[in-house]
Design a protein around this ligand. Structure first.
Ligand code: IDC
Length: 347
């Protein structure tokens, strides 16, 4: 069934964008939108995930490290999420996971819940067709207290979980980056949201952002002990950590390192540059982090899969207007580096 639908997707892609299959380009790999996609996908190999101790495990109870990309805000960069780009992510980059970043404010969900919920439904289907995990990111940011959007979150996740409950590739991230709120406030929010999702999708893995913009509290002058001493009362849940390698160095790394021995962690966002998502890349610190995440089998999604002008957007400006996303040609330096870390599992 999966093979058929993937083949169908390919045919559709070829029909829509014949240029991809017929035009010779400098990089041969760029010609194949999705050469032999396949029965063998991250989701077909791993199935329904669950939290096993401190790790994320697959259907055979083996730890699995997922690697993939976060979209930019879908209210701004939906042009970067089309057949050719998603094919490139799945079949050229060989990503395991797509994080669907739906802002709540800043022109996002709150402005048109129907429209944004439908967009997320659509991107979930696109990830599913290609055998990738779909991480549904409730991208609250300003205001930073997730409780401010509690009733919206309940409405949104009830519909998402109800529609997709029979899929085995959905992960729910109920708070992107809580800020200006105590850990206790986030815990209270999570303990209200988890039952809402589980009432529809009982076996789902749920992520929740930590305090201080998902810094395990460090950006608030606190640390992971707030969480370890007051864990969320729920199973199958992971705590998220974000870092921007040019900004967040030893103190953040140390907190991650300590916390990873105590609580299950997933890195739902990181950049190789500063926390603005811009500026020079620090590949030395990025490598230090990613080597560590590999050693712990902590999964990650990089910010971000767009052609925004900032250095952290993987594509060069203007790329998303076209249909050439494969290879390194369309990528900024951060994109080249990240794609390599996704393709090469031995890195
Ligand atoms: C940035 C975007 C930028 C947008 C800004 C405001 O790159 O275009 O104007 O958000 O929302 C985060 C956030 C993420 C940020 C990213 C880079 O989760 O939304 O994106 N970042 O600044 N946390 C740390 C860094």
């Amino acid at each position: 069934m999966q093979i058929r639908s993937l083949a169908g997707a390919l045919l559709a892609a070829a029909a829509l964008f014949p240029v991809l299959t017929t035009t010779a380009t400098a990089a041969p790999v760029a010609e194949a939108p999705a050469a032999a996609p396949a029965a063998d996908t991250p989701v077909s190999r791993n199935g329904q995930l669950h939290v096993c101790g401190l790790k994320l495990c697959n259907q055979n109870n083996q730890p699995v490290q997922l690697r993939g990309m976060s979209t930019h805000g879908i209210q701004w960069y939906s042009s970067c999420l089309k057949t050719a780009s998603l094919d490139a992510l799945a079949y050229d980059w060989k990503a395991d996971i797509l994080r669907i970043s739906m802002y709540v404010q800043e022109g996002g969900y709150e402005t048109n819940p129907r429209k944004f919920t439908d967009m997320v439904h659509g991107y979930i289907e696109e990830a599913t067709k290609r055998g990738m995990y779909a991480l549904v990111d409730w991208h609250q940011l300003t205001p930073g207290d997730p409780n401010a959007n509690l009733s919206r979150a309940k409405t949104f996740f009830t519909e998402i979980a109800d529609r997709h409950k029979n899929k085995n590739n959905i992960i729910y991230d109920i708070a992107n980056e809580p800020n200006g709120v105590s850990w206790a406030g986030i815990k209270s929010y999570a303990e209200q949201m988890v039952p809402v999702i589980r009432a529809k999708d009982a076996d789902s893995v749920i992520f929740v952002g930590t305090h201080g913009w998902a810094s395990l509290g460090v950006s608030d002058g606190r640390n992971e002990s707030d969480i370890i001493n007051n864990k969320i009362n729920a199973t199958n849940l992971m705590y998220t950590f974000h870092f921007y390698a040019a900004s967040h160095k030893q103190e953040y790394f140390d907190a991650l390192s300590r916390a990873s021995n105590q609580i299950p962690i997933f890195v739902t966002e990181f950049g190789t540059q500063t926390y603005t998502g811009d500026g020079g890349n620090d590949f030395t610190w990025s490598k230090k982090y990613l080597d560590f995440l590999k050693s712990k089998q902590i999964g990650w999604t990089n910010w971000n899969f767009s052609d925004d002008f900032r250095s952290g957007a993987v594509f060069k400006q203007g790329t998303c207007a076209g249909n050439s996303f494969t290879g390194t040609g369309p990528l900024k330096p951060a994109g080249v580096w990240i794609r390599d870390r996704i393709i090469n599992r031995n890195l």
